[in-house]
Design a protein around this ligand. Structure first.
Ligand SMILES: O=c1nc[nH]c2c1ncn2[C@H]1C[C@H](O)[C@@H](COP(=O)(O)OP(=O)(O)OP(=O)(O)O)O1
Ligand SMILES: [Mg+2]
Length: 205
């Protein structure tokens, strides 16, 4: 018997303000007949990410959206880690792209990572994604997936979002940004976390 709470609702709030993440999670949920409303569409605030782990921050974002909306919410906290940098930027991945005047510059963020990591011999890198479902009564279900690979320079490809152009997953010759979305969905950290979430909490309809 599963110890996970099942999602019975047909619509969930996607507690993310990142268009790339909303798009990828919406596509994954659609396979289970679940539709989404984004936190942006509902005008929900962007909570401060004060936790030190991906699961901690995803839980905080999911609970804030579930309580504010009265609906089940799904949050995604994710990031890029470099072995030579002891896992940085990690939970601070989005912060590294933040510009002084507001907004994000991912070309600059990738250049910062390369500058710090280029002297190391270890090219290992990985993406992590924590997905948390939260109910308005405070119940949560969380799952974490990782995708191992290497960082590459210069960045390659136009698809995807964020740090995708500098990440080549293990066993592949293309970066995430050179793959089509369906291919990224077969192997990504998000897809792996989602597969666990689906196994635990989703019912195909
Ligand atoms: O598949 C990915 N491919 C490339 N980059 C990625 C991926 N997944 C996460 N990332 C990057 C984007 C962001 O710089 C950080 C997540 O930060 P994170 O706080 O979880 O998301 P966010 O602030 O963009 O949106 P929100 O918190 O509203 O969900 O990692
Ligand atoms: Mg964030």
């Amino acid at each position: 018997m599963s110890t996970h709470r099942k999602l019975t609702e047909e619509t969930v709030v996607l507690a993310s303000h990142n268009a790339g993440k909303v798009r990828e999670n919406a596509a994954l949920l659609a396979e289970y007949g679940v539709t989404i409303i984004s936190a942006g569409d509902l005008g929900l605030p962007v909570p401060e990410e004060t936790e030190t782990t991906f699961l901690g921050n995803a839980t905080l974002k999911a609970l804030a959206a579930a309580r504010a909306s009265g609906m089940v919410a799904l949050a995604d906290d994710s990031g890029f880690s470099v072995a030579a940098l002891d896992g940085a930027p990690g939970v601070h991945t989005a912060d590294w792209a933040e510009q002084p005047g507001g907004g994000r510059d991912y070309a600059a963020a990738m250049a910062k990572v390369e500058k710090l990591a280029r002297h190391g011999t270890d090219r290992g890198a990985w993406f992590t994604c924590a997905l948390v479902l939260a109910w308005p009564d405070g119940h949560t279900e969380g799952f974490e997936g990782r995708c191992p690979g290497t960082w590459v320079w210069p960045p390659r490809g136009e698809a995807g979002f964020g740090y995708d152009p500098m990440f080549q997953p293990e066993g592949m010759t293309q970066t995430f940004a050179e793959m089509d979305p369906a291919e990224k969905h077969r192997i990504s950290h998000r897809a792996r976390a989602f597969a666990m979430l689906a196994e635990g909490c989703l019912v195909r309809r």
